[in-house]
Design a protein around this ligand. Structure first.
Ligand code: UDP
Length: 489
C-alpha cells in the first residue's frame, strides 16, 4: 500500500480592510505560500479594486499556485470616502459585520463543502481583532481561529489591562493635570507610562465610555484566549518583557511573535529575488505610488532629509499642516512629505500642495511614497511619523531614528516606547507648534542624532537578526507553520 501523503493545509486570511492591516497580512500570506501552504486572502471588494489598480499584486502571487483572492463587501456605499474623521472606522466595522459576514460564511463553509479532496478543506482562519463576527463564523463552522493583532505588544498589554484600570478607579481620570501622572496598574510599564501615553481610546474622563471600554477589552481578552493560537507582528528582543506578561495572561493559546513581517521575505526569498532597496511591499499599496521622490532623494547628501508621513488614516487640520510646514521650513532641513489626497480636513491634495508652493527647493511632496524604499535610502536621516506600528517597524529595520507625533489607537503607547524605552526617537505627543517642530527636528537631525543612531543601530541589528535563520521570529514562524500543518492532519 502506498503511504498517504499529508493533506495540504488551507489557510483563510481575513484582515481589517485598511492599509496598516492588509500589508502585514499579505506579507504573512506570502510567507505561508513559501512553505507550500494553500492560502485564500479575503479582501474587501473596494480594496481589491484599489490593489489591482495600483500594484502588481497578481504577479506578486503568480508564482504560488495555492494562492487565491476572494472578496467581501465592506458595507459602505460606493461613494463613501473611507477617510476623514476616524469615526468612519466604526462605520466600516459595522458595515463589515452586516454585509461581509454572510459572504464570509459562504467562503468558509463553501470551501469545505466544495472540497473534492480532503486536502482542500479549510484548516484555519487567520483574522484580525476588530472582526469579532469573523470569529463567530469560524466557530459556527468549527474552523479553528488563529488571532492576529497588527499593533504592538506594548499597546495590546495596555488594552488587556484596561478592565483592571477601570476596576481600580485609575480610569476615567479626573482632570487634565493627571495626564502627566504615571499609570500604576499596567505591570511592566509603571515607571514610564503616563495617562497621556495610554491608547487614544482609553484617555477618557467619561464613565459611559469606560463601561464600553471594559466590555470591549474583556471581549478582546476572551477572543484571544479562545483562539487556537495568537500572532503578533513584533520580535522578542524588542518587546520580550511585555510578551512574557501577555503569554502568562493568555496561557490557553500559544503566542507567536513573528515580526517584523515585512523583513522576513528578504531572508526567506534570498538576495536574488528580493533586495531591501526594492521591497515587494510596494505590491500592497492602496494608493498610487509616486516614485519621483526617489530621484529627488538621489540628489541629496547622506542622512540630510527628514521623511514625513502620517500613514494611511491620520488626518490634519489646515492649521496643523501649516505648523508642521513652518517647523520643517525653519529647521532648514530637506524634507520629503507624503500628502495623501485625503490627509487634510476640508481640502483636496492639490489645494494642500498649492499651500506648500514656494518650498520646492527644500521639500518634495508626493501623494504616496514607496515607504520602505524611502526609509532605506542613504539620504534619509530621520522620520517624522505618526507612530503607526508598521511605520515604526519599518523605521527600525531601516535604522532611521524617529520624531513621533502619534494620532490615535496604539500610536500613543508606541511613541512612548520609542522615546523612553528603546530611545530610538523623540516624542512630540499632544503638541503641534512650529517652534517645537523646528526644535525637535533639529534635535533629531543634529543635536541628539548620535545617541539616537547608536541605540537605533543596536535595535535594528536585533530586528534583522530575529528574522534571519536561527533568529527568534524566524524560528517562531517555522513553529507556527508546523502547527498549521499539524492542524490539517
Ligand atoms: N505607507 C506607504 N507609503 C506612504 C505612507 C505609508 O507605503 O506614503 C505604508 C507604510 O509603509 C506602512 C503603512 O502604509 O506599511 C501604514 O501603516 P502604519 O501601521 O504605519 O499606519 P496606519 O496607516 O495603519 O495608521
Amino acid at each position: 500500500m502506498e503511504p498517504q501523503s499529508s493533506p495540504t493545509p488551507h489557510v483563510l486570511i481575513f484582515p481589517l480592510p485598511v492599509q496598516g492591516h492588509v500589508t502585514p497580512m499579505l506579507n504573512l500570506a506570502e510567507l505561508l505560500c513559501l512553505s507550500n501552504l494553500k492560502v485564500t486572502f479575503i479582501n474587501s471588494t473596494h480594496n481589491h479594486q484599489r490593489l489591482t489598480r495600483y500594484t502588481n499584486i497578481e504577479s506578486r502571487f503568480s508564482g504560488y499556485p495555492g494562492f487565491g483572492f476572494k472578496t467581501v463587501p465592506d458595507g459602505l456605499p460606493d461613494d463613501h470616502p473611507r477617510a476623514g474623521d476616524k469615526s468612519w472606522l466604526s462605520e466600516l466595522i459595522q458595515g463589515l459585520a452586516s454585509s461581509a459576514k454572510p459572504v464570509l460564511s459562504e467562503i468558509v463553509v463553501g470551501a469545505e463543502a466544495e472540497a473534492e479532496a480532503e486536502a482542500e478543506k479549510v484548516t484555519c482562519l487567520i483574522t484580525d481583532g476588530w472582526l469579532s463576527f469573523a470569529n463567530d463564523v469560524a466557530n459556527e463552522a468549527e474552523v479553528p481561529v488563529i488571532a492576529v493583532r497588527c499593533f504592538s505588544a506594548c499597546c495590546l498589554w495596555a488594552f488587556l489591562c484596561m478592565p483592571n484600570l477601570i476596576h481600580l478607579g485609575e480610569i476615567p481620570f479626573k482632570d487634565n493635570e493627571e495626564m502627566d501622572e504615571l499609570v500604576k496598574n499596567v505591570p511592566g510599564m509603571d515607571s514610564f507610562l503616563r495617562y497621556r501615553d495610554l491608547p487614544s481610546y482609553c484617555r477618557t474622563k467619561d464613565i459611559p465610555t469606560c463601561r464600553q471600554l471594559q466590555h470591549l477589552f474583556t471581549g478582546e481578552m476572551q477572543q484571544i484566549q479562545k483562539a487556537h493560537s495568537f500572532i503578533l507582528n513584533t520580535f522578542d528582543d524588542l518587546e520580550g518583557p511585555i510578551l512574557s506578561h501577555i503569554r502568562q495572561h493568555c496561557s490557553s493559546s500559544r503566542v507567536y511573535s513573528i515580526g517584523p513581517l515585512h523583513a522576513h521575505l528578504k531572508y526567506r526569498l534570498g538576495p536574488n529575488e528580493i533586495t531591501i532597496s526594492k521591497p515587494n511591499n510596494s505590491s500592497s499599496n492602496l494608493w498610487e505610488v509616486d516614485r519621483s521622490c526617489i530621484s529627488w532623494l538621489d540628489q541629496k547628501p547622506d542622512k540630510s532629509v527628514v521623511y514625513v508621513s502620517f500613514g494611511s488614516i491620520t488626518i490634519l487640520t489646515k492649521e496643523q499642516l501649516m505648523e508642521f510646514w513652518a517647523g520643517l521650513v525653519h529647521s532648514k532641513k530637506y524634507f520629503l512629505w507624503v500628502i495623501r489626497p485625503d490627509l487634510i480636513i476640508g481640502s483636496t491634495s492639490s489645494e494642500s500642495l498649492k499651500l506648500l508652493e514656494g518650498t520646492k527647493e527644500r521639500g518634495c511632496m508626493v501623494g504616496w511614497a514607496p515607504q520602505e524604499e524611502v526609509l532605506a535610502h542613504r539620504a534619509v536621516g530621520g522620520f517624522l511619523t505618526h507612530s503607526g506600528w508598521n511605520s515604526t517597524l519599518e523605521s527600525i529595520v531601516a535604522g532611521v531614528p524617529m520624531l513621533c507625533w502619534p494620532y490615535f489607537a496604539d500610536q500613543q503607547v508606541n511613541s512612548r516606547y520609542v522615546s523612553e524605552v528603546w530611545r530610538i526617537g523623540l516624542d512630540m505627543k499632544d503638541t503641534c507648534d512650529r517652534t517645537i517642530v523646528m526644535n525637535m527636528i533639529n534635535d533629531l537631525m543634529d543635536k541628539k542624532k548620535d545617541e539616537l543612531e547608536r541605540s537605533m543601530r543596536k535595535i535594528s541589528d536585533l530586528a534583522n537578526k530575529s528574522v534571519s535563520q536561527g533568529g527568534s521570529s524566524y524560528s517562531n514562524l517555522d513553529h507556527l507553520i508546523e502547527e498549521i500543518k499539524a492542524m490539517s492532519n
